[in-house]
Design a binder for this molecule. Structure first.
Ligand code: HEM
Length: 419
C-alpha cells in the first residue's frame, strides 16, 4: 500500500469547476499529503515546494519519460521515439552533452539582441489593434509574438512560421494530455514527422553561411563531432521550436489575466516600472504556465518518508509548489516585493529551463507595452476559459477592451486650447 490516505486524483484538476479554483484544489491536495500515490494516474503526486524542488534535482530520479517505447500505442510511437531523444527527456551524460550544444543558441548576448525585435513586433500588434479598442491578448499577441521571436533566433524564415505553429500545437497538446485517443496520437506523431522533415530540409539548405545562433549554426557545431547523430540534433531543434513558444504564450495570457483581475497591482507597476522584472517572476509563480514535471525512480528508494519502487513516476506539480505557504507566505497574494528566487516555474536542477532568459525578456517587454499602451484595459466579454491540460496552464482566449488612443483625454492639448 504505497500511501497513507485515499486521495482525490490530480485528474480532477481537469473538471471545469476546478479549473477556475485550481490553486484551492491544489491546496486541498497538499493539506491532505504533499506526496501521495495517485492510483488513477498510476504515479506519485508531489505538491509541496520542498519535495518538488528536491526531486527535480535528485540524481536518484531519471527524466526519461518513456522507458519502454514499445509499450506505447502504435499511433503514438513515432512521436515518442523523437521525444525520447530530446534533452528534456534525457539523463546524463546525453543530457549534459545536448544541453552544452543547444545552449550556444541562448547566450546572454544572443538573447539581449532580441530586445528591439520583441518591441517592434509588439508595437505592430498593438498599433494594429489600437483603432478598434479591442484585443484578444492570446490570439493576437501571446501566440504570434513568441513564435516570431524563437523563429527569428533560430533562423526559421517568416513564410514557414504558420507551418511550424500548426505542427507544434498537436505535439504540445499530446505532451500536455494524460489520455490521448488514437486520432490525437496519430495527429501528434504526424505533426512531429512533418516538422522533422521540414527541419531536415531547412538545415541542409545551402544558401550561404548560417547566421550565428541559428539552427544551421548549431548544426555546423554539432557535426564537428563525428559521433553526433543528425536525427538526434533534429529532435532537439524541434524541442527548441516547441518549448520556445507554447509556454511563453501561456505565460503572457496568464500574466495579463492576473493583472486585469488585480488592477491595483497593475497601477503599482505603472507607477513603479522598475518593479516589472520582479513582477514577471511573481506572475510566473502565481499562475505557472508549466504545471507538471515528471521524474522516475531509478531504483527502490525513500522519498520524504515514502517508499518509491524502481520505475515509478513522480509528478512534480510546480503550480502547487509555487503556492506552498511553507515557501511563500500568503501564497495566494500577488506581491511584487516578495524575496526573489524560489519559484519553480522554470523547473529546478539540471533541466532548469534553457529559455528562461528569453522568456523573461519577452515577459518584461510585453508587460511594459501593455501597461503603458493600454492604460484603461479591461476584460471584455465572457469569462476567459482554460485549455484542458494537466501539464500546461493557458487560456484559450483573453479579450480586452480599451479606449482607442485618439479618444484619450490629452492634458497637453487641453491646456493649449484653453489658454
Ligand atoms: C514562461 C515561459 C517558459 C516556462 C514557464 C518554461 C518552463 C520550463 C520548465 C518547468 C522546464 C523544466 C522541465 C523539467 O525539468 O522537466 C523547462 C525546460 C526547458 N525549456 Fe522552458 N519554459 C519557458 C520558456 C522557454 C523558452 C522560451 C525556451 C526556448 C527555447 C525554452 C526551452 C526549454 C528547454 C530546451 C528545456 C529543457 C532543458 C533541459 O532539459 O535541460 N523554454 N522549461
Amino acid at each position: 500500500m504505497p500511501t497513507r490516505a485515499t486521495h482525490t486524483s490530480l485528474l480532477s484538476a481537469l473538471r471545469p469547476q476546478n479549473q477556475d479554483r485550481l490553486y484551492d484544489f491544489y491546496r486541498d491536495l497538499r493539506d491532505a499529503e504533499d506526496l501521495y500515490w495517485d492510483r488513477h494516474l498510476n504515479a506519485w503526486v508531489a505538491t509541496g515546494h520542498a519535495v518538488v524542488s528536491n526531486t527535480a534535482s535528485d540524481p536518484r530520479f531519471s527524466s526519461v519519460r518513456y522507458p519502454d517505447i514499445e509499450a506505447v500505442s502504435e499511433e503514438l510511437r513515432p512521436l515518442v521515439r523523437v521525444l525520447s531523444r530530446q534533452m528534456l527527456y534525457s539523463d546524463a551524460p546525453d543530457h549534459a552533452r545536448l544541453r552544452a550544444l543547444l545552449s550556444r543558441a541562448f547566450t546572454p548576448r544572443a538573447v539581449a539582441a532580441l530586445r528591439d525585435r520583441i518591441s517592434d513586433t509588439l508595437d505592430q500588434i498593438i498599433t494594429r489593434a489600437a483603432p478598434t479598442g479591442r484585443l484578444d491578448i492570446v490570439a493576437d499577441l501571446a501566440r504570434p509574438l513568441p513564435l516570431a521571436i524563437i523563429c527569428d533566433l533560430l533562423g526559421v524564415p517568416e513564410e514557414d512560421r504558420p507551418a511550424v505553429s500548426s505542427w507544434s500545437d498537436p505535439v504540445a497538446a499530446a505532451i500536455g494530455s494524460s489520455r490521448l485517443d488514437a486520432d490525437e496520437s496519430r495527429a501528434a506523431s504526424q505533426s512531429m514527422e512533418e516538422m522533422l522533415a521540414y527541419l531536415r530540409e531547412l538545415l541542409t539548405r545551402k544558401d550561404g553561411p548560417p547566421a550565428p545562433h541559428t539552427l544551421r549554426a548549431l548544426l555546423d557545431t554539432g557535426t564537428e563531432n563525428p559521433d553526433q547523430d543528425f536525427d538526434e540534433l533534429l529532435a532537439n531543434c524541434a524541442l527548441l521550436l516547441i518549448a520556445g513558444h507554447e509556454t511563453t504564450t501561456h505565460f503572457i495570457g496568464n500574466a495579463a489575466l492576473a493583472l486585469l483581475k488585480h488592477p491595483q497591482a497593475a497601477d503599482q507597476l505603472r507607477d513603479r516600472p522598475d518593479l516589472i522584472p520582479a513582477a514577471v517572476e511573481e506572475l510566473l509563480r502565481y499562475d505557472s504556465p508549466v504545471q507538471l514535471m515528471l521524474r522516475r525512480a531509478r531504483h527502490d528508494l525513500d522519498l520524504a518518508g515514502r517508499s518509491i519502487t524502481a520505475g515509478q513516476a513522480v509528478l512534480l506539480v510546480c503550480g502547487a509548489a509555487n503556492r506552498d505557504p511553507a515557501a511563500f507566505p500568503d501564497p495566494d497574494v500577488l506581491d511584487f516585493q516578495r524575496p526573489a528566487g524560489r519559484h519553480v516555474a522554470f523547473g529546478y536542477g539540471p533541466h532548469f529551463c534553457l529559455g528562461a532568459a528569453l522568456a523573461r525578456l519577452e515577459g518584461v517587454t510585453v508587460l511594459e507595452a501593455l501597461l503603458t499602451r493600454l492604460p484603461d484595459w479591461r476584460l471584455d466579454g465572457a469569462q476567459p476559459r482554460w485549455q484542458r491540460s494537466l501539464n500546461f496552464r493557458g487560456l484559450t482566449s483573453l479579450d480586452v477592451a480599451f479606449t482607442p488612443p485618439s479618444e484619450h483625454h490629452d492634458p497637453g492639448t487641453q491646456v493649449s486650447a484653453t489658454s
